[in-house]
Design a protein around this ligand. Structure first.
Ligand SMILES: [Zn+2]
Length: 420
C-alpha cells in the first residue's frame, strides 16, 4: 500500500506533544485556549497538503477542502477531534514506541498495560505515553490518519477522488464538539468521524440521549420558626433520587440496556439543581424514561404543594441507526471499503454518543470509524502503529468506493445530503 508508516507515526508523535486537554468547567469556546496551539499547526499542515479555504474559525474548528481530482459528484467529510480527555492528566506527552512481543508493558509510576489487553498485538509497534500523562490517541490517532490519507492522495497522482471536506474539532470530550459545527458551511454530503477503536468497527448505533435538569425550589424559614413551615429543597431532592429505579444505573446496566444517572446535585434548602443523564437505544423507551421523571416531579408537587419543581428535558442526540435506514447504501459501501482492507467489518453500537450522532440528528449522516486506540481515557492508553496504518487504509478505500459508486447513487446522495 502507499501509506508511509514512519510518516504516520511521526505526525502522531508531533501532535500528541501538544497538551489539548479540554475542560468541562469553563464557558469559553474552545473550553481551553491551549487547543488552539495545535489547531494552528493543523491549519499549516492542511495548507501544505493542498487543501483550499483552510481556516481556523472563532470556535476553534479547523476546516478545509481538498478539491476533487477527476472526481465524481459527491463531497465526503472526515472529522476528528483535537482535544483529549480531562479525566486523567493531560500535558505535554512524551511518546514512546516499542516492538511488542509478549507480557505486560511497564510505563513510569507503575502504570502497566496488561498482556490481556495486548493479545491481538504481538509483533506490532506499540505507541504509548511514558505513563505520566494520557497518550491522547483518542483522537489524535484519527487526526494523524486523516493527515496521512491526504499525504497519500497528494503524492499519488494516479489516484482520483471526489471533493473531500476535512474538519478537526475541539471539545468533543466535554460534550461540546459539535455545538458550533456549521453543517451547511462544512458542505459535505455525508461524513465520517474517525474516533472509534478497532478498524473493523463501524459504529452505527448510539444511545438516544437526554440530559434533564430538575430545579427544586423549597420554602425556607428561619430554623427557629420552621415547624411545619419549612420545606427543604434538599429533602425533596433526596425523595426524588430515592424514587429512581436502583437497578437502572450505569453501574447496573450493560449492552443495550438504558439507564438513569444522577450526574450532579448542588444547592441549598432554598434551591437544588439535579443534573441527570437519561440514555436508551430505543427512542420510545428513552421518551418513557423522561415521562417517568416528570411523573416523579408531579407526584412530589402534589405531596408538597408549596414546593416548585421545574424539569427541562434537554434532548441531546438520537440513535443514528434510524437515519441510516433511509440510506442503507452508506453502511453497505462502508462495509465493502473495510473488506477491501482485508477486514471483516462489524456494525457496532456505542454506549455513549459520538459527535457523529449529533451531526446525524442535524442532517449530516456521520457513522464513526475506528482510529485504533485502546484503553481510552486512561494512563495506559495505547495504539498500535500497524493498526493506525490499517485505519488509514480504510479511509483511502472509503474514498475509492464512493468515487466508484457515487454516479449510480446520485439521487440517493442528493436526498441524504443536508446541503443540496
Ligand atoms: Zn474521542
Amino acid at each position: 500500500m502507499l501509506i508511509n508508516a514512519d510518516r504516520l507515526k511521526n505526525t502522531f508523535f508531533e501532535i500528541v506533544k501538544y497538551d489539548t486537554g479540554s475542560n468541562p468547567e469553563t464557558e469559553t469556546t474552545p473550553s481551553t485556549a491551549k487547543q488552539l496551539e495545535l489547531a494552528k499547526v493543523l491549519v499549516k499542515k492542511l495548507q501544505k497538503l493542498g487543501l483550499q479555504n483552510v481556516e481556523l474559525n472563532q470556535y476553534g474548528i479547523v476546516s478545509g477542502t481538498l478539491p476533487a481530482r477527476q472526481g465524481t459528484d459527491i463531497k465526503i467529510g472526515f472529522i476528528a477531534h483535537m482535544d483529549t480527555s480531562p479525566d486523567v492528566a493531560t500535558g505535554p506527552v512524551n511518546p514512546q514506541e516499542q516492538k511488542y512481543l509478549k507480557g505486560d508493558i511497564f510505563l513510569k509510576n507503575g502504570i502497566t498495560i496488561k498482556a490481556e489487553d495486548l493479545k491481538a498485538f504481538a509483533g506490532h509497534t506499540i505507541l504509548t505515553s511514558d505513563g505520566t500523562t494520557l497518550l491522547g490517541a483518542d483522537d489524535k490517532a484519527g487526526v494523524a490518519e486523516i493527515l496521512e490519507m491526504l499525504s497519500v492522495l497528494q503524492e499519488n497522482k494516479q489516484l482520483s477522488y471526489p471533493e473531500l471536506k476535512i474538519a478537526f474539532t475541539p471539545d468533543e470530550e466535554v460534550g461540546r464538539g459539535t455545538e458550533n459545527f456549521d453543517i451547511q458551511a462544512f458542505g459535505a454530503d455525508l461524513a465520517y468521524t474517525v474516533d472509534g477503536s478497532a478498524p473493523i468497527d463501524i459504529d452505527t448505533e448510539t444511545f438516544n440521549a437526554f440530559n434533564p435538569q430538575i430545579t427544586i425550589t423549597g420554602v425556607t424559614v428561619h430554623t427557629g420558626y420552621a415547624y411545619h413551615k419549612m420545606v427543604s429543597a434538599i429533602e425533596i431532592a433526596n425523595q426524588f433520587i430515592n424514587a429512581l429505579p436502583k437497578d437502572e444505573t450505569p453501574a447496573e446496566t450493560k449492552e443495550k440496556e438504558g439507564y438513569f444517572h444522577v450526574l450532579g446535585i448542588s444547592g441549598s434548602p432554598e434551591k437544588v439543581k439535579i443534573d441527570m443523564l437519561v440514555r436508551d437505544f430505543n427512542y420510545q423507551k428513552a421518551r418513557k424514561r423522561i415521562a417517568f421523571l416528570h411523573s416523579i416531579c408531579e407526584d412530589l408537587e402534589r405531596r408538597w404543594p408549596q414546593v416548585q419543581i421545574e424539569m427541562k428535558d434537554n434532548e441531546k442526540y438520537h440513535n443514528m441507526n434510524e437515519k441510516f435506514a433511509s440510506f442503507p447504501e452508506m453502511i453497505d459501501l462502508t462495509r465493502q471499503a473495510l473488506e477491501m482492507s482485508g477486514l471483516k467489518p462489524k456494525e457496532t453500537y456505542v454506549r455513549g454518543g459520538t459527535d457523529g450522532a449529533e451531526l446525524t440528528l442535524r442532517g449530516l449522516l456521520t457513522p464513526n470509524l475506528g482510529a485504533g486506540g485502546e484503553n481510552f481515557h486512561s494512563l495506559n492508553e495505547f495504539v498500535s502503529l500497524e493498526t493506525m496504518v490499517k485505519c488509514t487504509e480504510n479511509l483511502l478505500n472509503i474514498i475509492q468506493i464512493w468515487q466508484k459508486n457515487a454516479p449510480k447513487l446520485k439521487d440517493k446522495i442528493k436526498a441524504a445530503s443536508p446541503c443540496r
